[in-house]
Design a protein. Structure first.
Length: 381
């Protein structure tokens, strides 16, 4: 087992770190306050190859491995978790699904501009009445021969307002339950497709979350992904990979908060010494460093196994479950170490604490990760 990163991986890590420090850090507090999407920064992320990292260059991607993706995600999320979720959704839920399951025509038309960052994408599975219980899709896609008619509402869609292309999951034949579900590529601006108001969120406020409303939207049959009835399996497969992205986002939030807490503890004095010299603080930092290292190892293992073509449902869910818990615990303690300063915006850690919470909710709550892991353990034991 080799834990050394390759030269290329180290270069990607450094490039993402530099980008985060120079382009994302200035303005991150203002964007959080104003709920402002980082348009310019996301455009530059596309130019750097961060929006289609693992996609084959012939489809506009950067052709990198999944460990590089984990490294870059961590660096971006350390500074700006909102920019990180835009990156995660575009890479893992949109580009990865299109590359693996779309035909050549669909890839040239949709994947190429998405992977190059010319446009961004969104993944629309959740509904007002179907979050964790994803088989209970109420959005319908009625087969009309050469097209489908799409009706329904999707909720909490990341990149909902800024995306150009949307992967939309809908029920075509309720009798067949999850085997009657399909996935479609839907374009912004098609008649009947409306974008609902932006959500006013606790965290990741720089990202753009909306509901989507479909009223008799005509979707050409060539925009269906895969065979009829493949939509639910498609969504599950895509989410398995997506969990590596969110696990890495959570890892980044945790390591960003840890680095700030460490720096603060080495300079802030109380009771005649730097507070890191008090065990009450030093032990918190020791716990943070240990759990962050463990989370990083889980993310790397999931990434390596993904690239080896293994079933990553269990390890991906483990990485997400654990990293998101570490993000929550670490950011709470980072606020505590900062004392009163931790509770004000200028010191960043209060934002990180708010940002951390969503990693335990989206792309499957922690409870869903435990379902995935426990089912896998039961099946494979
Ligand atoms: N990997 C691959 N396939 C899976 C799977 C997995 N992890 N889990 C289930 N499946 C497959 C099963 O094999 C089965 O397929 P077959 O019939 O072909 O064998 C099919 O899916 C149905 O399986 P179940 O009967 O087990 O389904 P279920 O109703 O019990 O639910 C679930 C399974 C794991 C709970 C699933 O509903 C789930 O993952 N829910 C969470 C959904 C989710 O993550 N939503 C997040 C929205 S996206 C988002 O948040 C993006 C964003 O904006 C950041």
């Amino acid at each position: 087992m080799n834990f050394n990163l390759s030269e290329e991986q180290l270069m990607i890590q450094q490039a993402a770190r530099d980008f985060a420090q120079t382009e994302l850090l200035p303005g991150v507090i203002e964007r959080d306050n104003a709920q402002k999407f980082p348009h310019e920064q996301v455009k530059k992320m596309g130019e750097l190859g961060l929006l289609g990292m693992m996609v084959d260059p012939k489809y506009g991607g950067a052709g990198m491995d999944s460990v590089s993706y984990v490294l870059a995600m961590e660096e971006i999320a350390k500074v700006d978790a909102s920019a990180a979720v835009v990156m995660s959704v575009n890479n893992s839920l949109v580009c990865a699904g299109l590359e693996k399951y779309c035909n050549e025509e669909q890839k040239m038309k949709y994947l190429k501009p998405l992977a190059s960052g010319e446009v961004i994408g969104a993944f629309a599975l959740s509904e007002p009445e179907a979050g964790s219980d994803a088989t209970s899709q109420q959005t319908t896609a009625v087969d009309k021969g050469d097209h489908y008619i799409l009706n329904g509402t999707k909720n909490w869609i990341t990149n909902g307002g800024t995306a150009t292309y949307y992967i939309v999951i809908a029920q075509t034949d309720p009798e067949k339950k999850h085997k009657g579900i399909n996935a479609f590529i839907v374009e912004k601006g098609w008649p009947g497709f409306e974008i609902g108001p932006k959500e006013d969120k606790l965290g990741i406020r720089g990202s753009d979350t909306h509901s989507l409303l479909f009223t008799d939207v005509k979707v050409p049959k060539e925009n269906r992904i895969g065979e009829d009835g493949f939509g639910f399996n498609f969504a599950m497969a895509v989410l398995n990979g997506g969990r590596i992205g969110i696990a890495s986002q959570a890892l980044g939030i945790a390591s960003g908060a840890y680095e700030l807490a460490l720096k603060y503890a080495k300079t802030r004095k109380a009771f005649k010494t730097e507070i890191i010299n008090h065990q009450a603080i030093a032990f918190k930092l020791a716990d943070m460093a240990t759990s962050i290292t463990a989370a990083r190892m889980l993310c790397f293992k999931a990434a390596v196994e993904k690239d080896e073509g293994k079933d990553i449902s269990e390890i991906g869910a483990m990485a997400k479950l654990y990293s998101s818990q570490v993000a929550m615990d670490t950011t709470i303690e980072a606020v505590q170490i900062h004392g009163g300063y931790g509770y004000v915006k200028e010191y960043h850690v209060e934002r990180m604490m708010r940002d951390a919470k969503i990693t335990q909710i989206y792309e499957g709550t922690s409870e869903i990760q435990r379902i995935v892991i426990s089912r896998s353990i039961a099946k494979n034991s």
